[in-house]
Design a protein around this ligand. Structure first.
Ligand SMILES: Nc1ncnc2c1ncn2[C@@H]1O[C@H](COP(=O)(O)OP(=O)(O)OP(=O)(O)O)[C@@H](O)[C@H]1O
Ligand SMILES: [Mg+2]
Length: 154
């Protein structure tokens, strides 16, 4: 497995270490070259690993703006970022435990040709482990260091 320096080219099956949230956002921006839609991406890692921070960068990389200001329920499980070419949906399943709860999110409607789905805590449901195209596993190496392991599932 190749080590990719921050700021360098990101290839599939690579490992990158970032040293700040800003570097993680930047990594997310650069990842869009690997995420031509349609894609389902599992973001894996403990609480506070940096999944949402990375998702923010990916949405930015697609020049996609958040619609959250328009619809802002107390607990947002699906964030929608609409871009000129690609729509990014960022789903957080931390509080979703049953198939029934999952069904109410209507995720099936989000599988479209110009969509990229970023799913946090998707590994709770075997279906997403099976169907995802890319897995990004994030590990905390200390207060500000995070290791990102990117693998294409297929
Ligand atoms: N290199 C880094 N990359 C990303 N976040 C970092 C880094 N260093 C420190 N942090 C901090 O770690 C936290 C990451 O939070 P974030 O919401 O992205 O995590 P998460 O994996 O989505 O957690 P959760 O499972 O709770 O949703 C933030 O407080 C951020 O400031
Ligand atoms: Mg999160």
């Amino acid at each position: 497995m190749r080590e990719t320096p921050p700021g360098g080219w990101v290839s599939p099956e690579s490992v990158t270490v970032t040293h700040s949230p800003e570097e993680t956002v930047e990594l997310g921006r650069r990842l869009v070259s690997l995420l031509a839609p349609p894609k389902m991406v599992l973001l894996r890692g403990e609480l506070g690993a940096g999944k949402t921070t990375l998702a923010k960068g990916i949405a930015e990389g697609f020049n996609a703006a958040s619609q959250d200001d328009v619809t802002s329920p107390t607990f947002i499980l699906v964030h929608e970022y609409r871009g000129p070419q690609v729509n990014v949906f960022h789903v957080d399943l931390y509080r979703v435990d049953t198939q029934r709860q999952l069904d109410t999110l209507g995720l099936d409607d989000l599988f479209a040709d110009n969509h990229v789905l970023l799913i946090e805590w998707g590994e709770k449901f075997p279906r997403f482990l099976k169907e995802c195209d890319v897995e990004i596993a994030i590990e905390s190496l200390g207060e500000n260091d995070r290791r990102f392991k990117i693998s294409s599932a297929r």
